[in-house]
Design a protein around this ligand. Sequence first.
Ligand SMILES: [Zn+2]
Ligand SMILES: [Zn+2]
Length: 79
Amino acid sequence: MKLEDFPKTSFDHSHVPPGVKEGEKVECQVCMMNFHQGDPILTMTCMHYYHLSCASDWLVKHTKCPICGTVQVIDEQYQ
Ligand SMILES: [Zn+2]
Ligand SMILES: [Zn+2]
């Protein structure tokens, strides 16, 4: 799997992670900023998602999800 293979979508307030109530603010755990409607997001293999730019930067330097620690398998040759 390489960075380009992670699913990328746009943030939609009707799509919130488990445990978060609809309409409740959701923060990107990389930059600690709220998501805004239509922001480009990247979803990791554990289904946690971050801003596309934040996740891209994060995955260059780290191999694990910042929230749950699930290892994101990235093919080294693409880094
Ligand atoms: Zn972010
Ligand atoms: Zn996670």
